[in-house]
Design a protein around this ligand. Structure first.
Ligand code: SAM
Length: 281
């Protein structure tokens, strides 16, 4: 048996020994290079005084990167039970520093296992990545329990999160993310870095929460307005927002937005003003 830099077997061996053939249905593309996973972990900032929530640890590549970089405690939620034995070996190697929760991240509440400050770091399964991001960004109470999100997505999704007003990628995710966080494209990762390689390039985005959102708005109302506006992004707002509230043209005019504008040209500030006006109807 060979040993990697962190004293555990290399990930290729872990995958072979535990029969972890990748399953497409679970969005499984594994990172095997521990130098790369440590680099991703460093994008999250200093982890030594933080708990880290990781979604989808798989065979443990990023988990090992996080622990090697000094994370105080990692709480990892994994749906694939085949990975649990491999993760138990990592937990034994770092006593008291890794808690693995078996199940679906959309259903498990990890709060009781986490102690503030908490950073979320994950190579997200593509099928639940956006849903999780929107949930993290739209709790009723702000600031949330986490101080940052460092997340790997398909590059196209990462571009949507960081896109500027007026650009092609600007949309629902840009507004929800930038309203409450400072966002930064941290690094890009080519398909060859994964086993098996996905079809597209991936990218890591880092979101640092703002203590106070940029502008007042109710998160659920803003989410509804933005989703409807971008549901038909090529249409004028008076058409795309039709039915949201009665007399949408006058609501738009009351906050200084032209009903003939399109969603991609509205700033975060304008969307928040619109959400406030909609909330009063
Ligand atoms: N973190 C590992 C890495 O970087 O090599 C694996 C990342 S892989 C892209 C996504 C992981 O998420 C897989 O291990 C998969 O089993 C897991 N997963 C998929 N859906 C999940 C869900 N709903 N809840 C928790 N884990 C999930």
């Amino acid at each position: 048996m060979s040993i990697a830099g962190d004293g555990l077997p290399p990930l290729r061996e872990v995958i072979g020994d535990h029969g972890l053939s990748a399953r497409k249905s679970l969005g499984q593309n594994f990172l095997l290079d521990l130098n790369l996973t440590a680099k991703i972990a460093r994008q999250a900032g200093d982890l030594t005084d933080c708990d880290v929530l990781e979604i989808g640890p798989g065979p443990g590549g990023l988990t090992r990167g996080l622990l090697a970089e000094g994370a105080r405690h990692v709480v990892a939620i994994e749906k694939d039970e085949r990975c649990l034995a491999a993760l138990a070996d990592v937990a034994d190697h770092y006593p008291g520093r890794l808690t693995v929760l078996s199940g679906d991240a959309l259903e498990i509440d990890p709060m009781e296992y986490l102690t503030a400050p908490v950073r979320v770091v994950a190579n997200l399964p593509y099928n639940v990545g956006t849903e999780l991001l929107v949930r993290w960004l739209t709790p009723d109470q702000w600031p949330p329990y986490w101080i940052s999100l460092t997340l790997m997505f398909q590059k196209e999704v990462a571009q949507r999160i960081t896109a500027e007003c007026g650009s092609k990628a600007y949309g629902r995710l840009s507004i929800l993310a930038q309203w409450r966080c400072q966002v930064r494209m941290a690094m890009q990762i080519p398909p060859e870095a994964f086993t098996p390689p996905p079809k597209v390039t991936s990218a890591v985005v880092h979101l640092e929460r703002r203590e106070k959102p940029l502008y007042d708005a109710d998160a659920k109302v803003l989410e509804r307005v933005v989703a409807k506006a971008f549901g038909q992004r090529r249409k004028m707002l008076r058409a795309s927002l039709k039915g949201l509230v009665p007399d949408i043209e006058n609501v738009l005019l009351s906050v200084g937005i032209k009903p003939t504008d399109r969603a991609e040209n509205l700033t975060v500030e304008q969307f928040c003003a619109l959400a406030r006006a909609v909330a009063t109807r």
